[in-house]
Design a protein around this ligand. Structure first.
Ligand code: SF4
Length: 434
């Protein structure tokens, strides 16, 4: 099976049939580094705007942009060889194969941040993921370890949908409505919960307001933790993970109003917010929102007996129509556990789906979305950027270091530690759906 990048190149050159969500993906990502006001494109999130404070990626030297794949490969391996244990390279599940092949660890964002901790001798952690992941790794790393993001324009469009100012403004309005006094059971009016896919500032905000962080693996456990302490939850930035998880826990959908930061009271009536159990921020993942019930119906018609597994960042009707929903880790384990040849239709990012298909040739594994549409922001990390930062380290130069200031990192670490200490009231991986 060819890589997603190769497939995109061939489709864009009309050499094979297929569809790509944006033919711009076939361009080198450095094309976008030169634009005066780069959007997050190319790809499905191309219309998202980069917040003003987002770090911008400048032009990388021509020797990297113009190097052949073979030359980049030789240079990356040589730099890694020279650096030895002084560097650890991390690759997210959604990263392209052309980069993941150089990773010492592959996993989800939190697994990778922890994997970095298992390499205490590493002076540099090169995170081939997106910005919030590098921030989390920096928060958990030793102060003398440098966390590097090879392309600073590799952000997460979902994470950027909730910025600290908008959340603080929302919080002020909720406090004005609810007050701050606990009820007779000692539960405060509202607890903030942020998904891992958020800025370090929001993680710190949660810690400072009695809240916590969650991942897609432990969202139910974390919501139980929050409901023990609060009458309601303010969940950001991903509405879908919040809605799907709370619904599976028995929270009625009508008690989950959505907060639009551009409208007073988030666009809600005061009574709706009074009655709410979970207030959902209006964020979403550009990749996972592409999955539809129609795709599931088509897969079931074509492959009777197909097992449909989707990520809980997918919209609720998709999660409801699937056989099961869970994190990337859950999806990988569900496939690994299948003892008989099985057809799996998967609703998550295409790089991960293709990798699973190659890993388990005894099964038929395909992505529900027929259009090739990787996470376009993570796709901005190309081997050229990896060669650039690794050779910088060989020269003693640290390029694209991600540093979270102590006044943010200290509370953000508290929110992460609360998450690790939260104990499940049920299974840690809750199957959502049937
Ligand atoms: S797949 Fe979605 S949530 Fe994950 S990094 Fe990309 S844009 Fe963000």
């Amino acid at each position: 099976m060819s890589s997603v990048d190769t497939t995109i190149q061939l489709i864009s050159a009309n050499e094979i049939d297929g569809e790509v969500c944006s033919t711009d993906l076939a361009e080198g990502p450095w094309v976008f580094d030169l634009l005066a006001e780069p959007g997050y494109g190319p790809g499905s999130s191309m219309h998202d705007e980069i917040p003003a404070e987002t770090p911008r990626q400048g032009e990388i030297p021509a020797e990297y942009r113009e190097a052949s794949d073979e030359e980049l490969e030789a240079r990356i391996f040589a730099a890694k060889e020279t650096l030895g244990d002084r560097v650890v390279v991390l690759g997210h599940f959604y990263q392209r194969d052309e980069v993941v092949r150089y990773a010492d660890f592959v996993g989800d964002s939190f697994q990778l941040a922890n994997a970095a901790r298992s390499k205490p001798q590493a002076e540099a952690i090169v995170f081939c993921g997106v910005h919030f992941m590098a921030e989390t790794a920096d928060i958990l790393a030793r102060p003398d370890q440098a966390v590097i993001l090879p392309n600073l324009a590799a952000g997460c469009s979902m994470a950027d949908m909730a910025d600290i100012d908008s959340v603080a403004e929302c919080w002020e309005q909720l406090e004005a409505l609810y007050g701050t006094e606990p009820d007779a059971d000692g539960r405060v009016p509202v607890i903030p919960v942020t998904y891992m896919n958020s800025s370090a500032a929001l993680k710190g905000f949660c810690a400072e307001h009695g809240g916590i962080v969650c991942t897609s693996s432990n969202a139910a456990t974390v919501l139980e933790w929050a409901f023990e302490r609060g009458q309601r939850v303010l969940f950001f930035p991903d509405q879908h993970l919040g809605r799907n998880t709370a619904k599976a826990m028995g929270v009625p959908v009508e008690l989950m109003p959505m907060w639009n930061p551009r409208k007073p009271l988030g666009g809600n009536e005061a009574q709706e917010l009074e009655d709410a159990r979970v207030i959902l921020w209006h964020g979403f993942c550009s990749v996972h929102k592409r999955f539809t019930v129609g795709q599931i119906e088509k897969a079931r018609a074509e492959f009777p007996g197909v097992q449909v597994l989707v990520h809980p960042e997918c919209p609720m009707p998709v999660v409801d129509a699937a056989d099961a929903a869970g994190s990337t880790d859950f999806i990988g384990k569900a496939i690994a556990a299948a003892t008989e040849p099985t057809t799996f239709a998967i609703g998550t990012e295409i790089n991960m789906v293709n990798r699973l298909a190659a890993q388990y040739p005894q099964h038929r594994i395909f992505c529900l979305d027929p259009v090739i549409c990787p996470c376009s922001t993570m796709y901005r990390i190309h081997p050229a950027y990896l060669a650039w930062v690794l050779e910088g380290l060989v020269r003693g130069e640290t390029i694209n270091r991600i540093r979270v200031a102590d006044d943010v990192a200290v509370p953000a670490r508290v929110a992460l530690e609360r998450m690790l200490a939260a104990r499940p009231g049920g299974p840690s991986e809750r199957v959502i759906g049937d």
